[in-house]
Design a protein around this ligand. Structure first.
Ligand code: CTP
Ligand code: CA
Length: 227
């Protein structure tokens, strides 16, 4: 179905979405990131906009064009993504956390490029944990009753077991699970929706089709919550 004919199931709703990888600096020319292309998050932003929502996209570094009608703010690190989400979260009806957020950042990244030494010695990196953006928003939701929080989980094994337990650990009503090597950089994917009733498999399809199905599932659920 083409965009203009998508049912406007999210008309009047404000939706905040994170997408893409984050990038943690080691020095001004090097850093640590992950394999997310941002395609799924951007597809979700497009599908939410097609469904009539007012969409804000907080994006890590990607090579993708901003979907039509979507307001986008670019960030690099997980801390910057956390700050941008907290700046925008007030008044949002739904938060969809698609970004592959780096779990750790380098403590004290070097201000100048780290140079190789002649003796073959290597730098030692120390890490600390980044803030958990989704868990922080979910804590807020437990007090205010909104926004409705949707998480994503890319696993490499045991998806059904890990997805169900991750949804509960994060304290969110809906989690979308997928297997990392089936999705990263690809145009299509298979996803599993986890909610309080169990799980439902959405068979392999292109990411825009899956994003539209996900948006329709979210719309049904927030209707019930009557946000
Ligand atoms: N997430 C987040 N902030 C983080 C880490 C994760 O907002 N610092 C969000 C992701 O955007 C995703 C969800 O949490 O929606 C699950 O991310 P995932 O990496 O699968 O879970 P973790 O809790 O980080 O557990 P692990 O990586 O150990 O599996
Ligand atoms: Ca993680």
């Amino acid at each position: 179905m083409i965009a203009a004919f998508q049912p406007k199931v999210l008309a009047g709703k404000r939706i905040l979405i994170t997408a893409g990888p984050t990038f943690e600096a080691i020095d001004p020319v090097r850093g640590i990131t992950n394999l997310s292309s941002g395609k799924m998050g951007y597809a979700v932003a497009r599908a939410a906009r097609e469904a009539g929502a007012d969409v804000t996209l907080i994006s890590g570094p990607t090579a993708l064009a901003t979907p039509f009608g979507v307001a986008r703010q670019n960030v690099k690190s997980a801390q910057q993504m956390f700050d941008a989400v907290m700046d925008h979260i007030g008044g949002q009806h739904v938060f969809i956390s698609v970004a592959a957020v780096a779990d750790w950042k380098v403590v004290n990244p070097s201000e100048q490029k780290v140079k190789k030494t002649g003796d073959g010695s290597v730098p030692e990196l120390k890490f600390e944990q980044n803030p958990d953006i989704l868990a922080s928003v979910a804590t807020r939701t437990s007090l205010a009753g909104w926004p409705y929080c949707v998480g994503f989980a890319a696993e490499s094994e045991n998806l059904i077991e890990y997805g169900a337990s991750k949804r509960e650990r994060k304290g969110i009503p809906l989690l979308v699970g997928n297997i990392g090597h089936n999705t990263f950089g690809q145009d299509d994917n298979t996803i599993i929706l986890f909610d309080e009733h169990g799980h439902t498999i959405l068979p392999r399809a292109d990411k825009l089709t899956l994003a539209r199905q996900l948006i329709s599932e979210i719309a049904k659920r927030i209707d019930k919550n009557s946000l």
